[in-house]
Design a protein around this ligand. Structure first.
Ligand SMILES: N[C@@H](CCC(=O)N[C@@H](CS)C(=O)NCC(=O)O)C(=O)O
Length: 340
């Protein structure tokens, strides 16, 4: 029988393509070989990533790490949390010491085109705000002319602050700190009279002050801060895993699949639900995971709404309203592409 022989140039192309695919699909394998996900989180941001006295991490950003670990290992304990301040976060990701950064990080153009990184999704739509002592008697950010403001360095917050005060021709003095702890201490001890950060962060920070009720968050939101998980460029498989872990949680909420009814969902005959929980199709396997990847996430961590309410919403001390972080079908802007 005459065998079709590959021309040398085709063979080289095939080998190169396979090598490239391998080189581009290293993170999942590295995580599986290591037996744990290295997840970069903040050093401690109440509601998002905070450690209790027993060393257990919890929060909205931590739950994304847990969801990824659930999808890969069916075990939310297989995570090494790497606390990172604003200045160190991107270097940690670039150097490979973390697999994913899940740390109230704003998606901006320069962070993608200059740092070799890519945002997998926006999992929290935020904006920048101001925390002030009630006694100051100010009602809007436009009344803040001449104030002294505490801010953390290495953040978009620092940059927006300059834009906003510049555009409104207002004077201000900055007390910049490399850590959040430093910024909070500066504010709580009166070294500055305003603290600026993402509004979600301000909700958590206020609870840590000596007298939370004496402080208010001004209604003005001066920027867009789409926060989400970040990965290195070049590994599409890993990028897809992180992105679809988030989308699976949003789709689960939209379909009414929760950690409480996941067993019923596994018996559902609704096509959308079947594709989500893996009783139809092989979406998980195609990403290098298992059929039940999303069912694992919902069972062990919850859908998006469950995570939101437990960590920062009405089930938490922060009580942040869902606002635009509500499903598109309920008036918000969360819209996940379908699993199909
Ligand atoms: N979303 C902004 C700000 C993020 C940020 O680092 N905010 C500070 C102030 S709330 C923070 O989370 N600090 C915690 C830490 O450094 O661990 C960004 O990506 O630049």
């Amino acid at each position: 029988m005459h065998m079709k022989r590959w021309k040398p140039v085709t063979a080289v192309a095939v080998v190169l393509l396979s090598l490239t695919t391998l080189a581009h699909a290293q993170v999942l394998k590295a995580v599986q070989d290591r037996g744990a996900l290295n997840c970069g989180v903040s050093e401690g941001l109440y509601g998002f990533s905070a450690r209790d006295s027993n060393g257990n991490w919890s929060g909205f950003d931590v739950d994304l790490c847990r969801a990824i670990a659930a999808a890969i290992f069916n075990d939310v304990g297989k995570i090494n949390y790497v606390p990172l301040d604003a200045n160190r976060r991107f270097k940690a990701l670039q150097s490979g010491s973390i697999d994913v950064l899940s740390r109230n990080t704003t998606w901006t153009m320069s962070r993608e085109i200059e740092l070799g990184l890519t945002f997998a999704a926006t999992d929290y739509y935020d904006g920048q705000g101001f925390l002030i002592p009630r006694a100051m008697g100010k009602e809007t950010a436009l009344d803040l002319d001449g104030v002294k403001i505490c801010v953390q360095t290495g953040t978009t917050t620092e940059l927006n602050l300059a834009d906003y005060f510049g555009a409104n021709k207002m004077k201000y003095e900055v007390m910049a700190s490399t850590t959040l702890e430093g910024a909070i201490k500066g504010y709580d001890s009166g070294q500055c009279n305003v603290l600026t950060a993402d509004v979600s962060a301000l909700f958590g920070i206020r609870l840590l002050l000596s007298k939370p009720d004496d402080h208010l968050i001004l209604p003005d939101v001066i920027s867009k801060e789409p926060l989400g998980p970040v990965v290195r460029q070049g590994d599409t498989q890993w990028f897809n895993i992180v992105k679809w872990v988030h989308f699976a949680m949003v789709n689960a909420e939209e379909l009414g699949v929760t950690s409480k009814n996941i067993d019923e969902a596994l018996k559902s005959d609704k096509p959308d639900v079947k594709r989500l929980v893996g009783t139809e199709g092989s979406y998980g396997e195609r990403m290098g995971l298992t059929k039940d990847w999303a069912a694992r996430i919902v069972r062990l961590v919850g859908n998006y709404g469950e995570v939101y309410e437990r960590t920062v919403g009405v089930g938490s001390p922060l009580v942040i309203p869902r606002g635009i972080n509500q499903l598109w079908s309920k008036g918000g802007i969360l819209y996940a592409p379908p699993i199909r």
